[in-house]
Design a protein around this ligand. Structure first.
Ligand SMILES: [Zn+2]
Length: 326
């Protein structure tokens, strides 16, 4: 029995990862386009790595038991007044709650702040490998904090008979309609005066999207029966039940552009966190860390395609050019 329980836990962890590989990678590429020129050349020079490694923290969960809790926070556990009562920093939180409790219900915002500080240090040390490592991890955790179900006890709709809604929102829908999304937004990286406050603002905004996403699932379900609502797919060596493509399309439409918006917001915030870390580190000159001089022409033409939302069409979105399950 214990063995089966363990298998089940691993299976649940696999299913409830986070934005799929496709979206994590897309977000990192878009974030690079939002950086100011002083920082952009270094990030652009390492674009491939920053993009391809974007899902790495999810892969780490299979080998590192402490990894899982960094990707979510179940806000409801902390009560209705959590917004005011929940300590914003880990040092304060650990005085109020046992460490076990914090890990069980997730440490997402505390972890983002910690990884941010490591990135600042990496910039100060001008250590190329460390900068890329923490910038990539930070991007992943920030992107996860934009997924509503990463901020809820009802993380897979399991408490409201909406099992599978996690995968529907963050993987099935974006994989189906990414081509139709607008991947361009005007906002560029800006300096954040309080990383702690900005992190919690992200969490609370994301959390506020939950009622609508659950309600639209119920509304759309009225157009389906069990055989049209779901489909069975082989994944992770097992036949599993997922929401059908048709359901996913209608669900996406009903939500308006909310998933697309969260994707763009993720990229905007990641760019701002990267930029702020660099400024807080004293704006070190990164040109000495660049391997190959950046091809200004190539960057310019990509930025043009980005602005016209033609990255996918012209085969320039790396995430689309590689297999999603590698
Ligand atoms: Zn994740």
């Amino acid at each position: 029995m214990a063995k089966y329980k363990w298998i089940l836990l691993v299976a649940v962890a696999l299913i409830l990862s986070s934005w799929g590989y496709l979206v994590h990678r897309t977000i990192h590429q878009l974030a690079i386009y939002k950086l100011p020129s002083g920082l952009q050349a270094f990030f652009y020079d390492n674009k491939e790595k920053l993009v391809m490694d974007a899902p790495r923290p999810d892969q780490r969960r299979f080998t590192d038991k402490t990894e899982g809790s960094k990707h979510f926070i179940d806000m409801e556990y902390f009560g209705d007044s959590a917004k005011y009562a929940l300590p914003q920093t880990w040092d304060e939180a650990i005085k109020k709650y046992p460490a076990d409790t914090l890990h069980k219900y997730g440490t997402s915002p505390y972890n983002i702040i910690e990884v941010y500080n490591k990135l600042v240090q990496a910039f100060k040390n001008k250590n190329k490998d460390s900068i890329l490592f923490y910038a990539t991890d930070l991007g992943h955790y920030i992107a996860d904090a934009h997924v509503p179900l990463h901020t809820s006890l009802n993380y897979d709709g399991q408490l409201t008979n909406q099992h599978g809604v996690h995968d529907l929102w963050e993987t099935t829908v974006p994989e189906l309609v990414l081509n139709e999304y607008n991947l361009y937004s005007k906002k560029k990286a800006k300096y954040i005066s309080s990383i702690t406050q900005a992190t919690w603002d992200i969490i609370w905004h994301t959390h506020s999207l939950l009622p609508e996403m659950f309600a639209q699932e119920i509304a759309i379900s009225k157009n389906f029966n069990d055989s049209t609502k779901y489909e069975w797919k082989m994944r992770w060596g097992k036949n599993r039940r997922f929401y059908s493509s048709e359901f996913a399309r209608q669900y996406n439409k009903a939500l308006g552009n909310s998933i697309n918006k969260q994707l763009l917001l993720s990229a905007e915030n990641i760019a701002s966190f990267w930029y702020t870390a660099w400024v807080d580190a004293g704006k070190p000159d990164l040109n000495t860390l660049i391997d190959t001089p950046v091809d200004g022409k190539q960057l310019k033409s990509e930025l043009k395609l980005y602005k016209k939302n033609k990255l996918i069409e012209k085969g320039q979105l790396i995430a689309k050019e590689v297999k999603t399950d590698d």
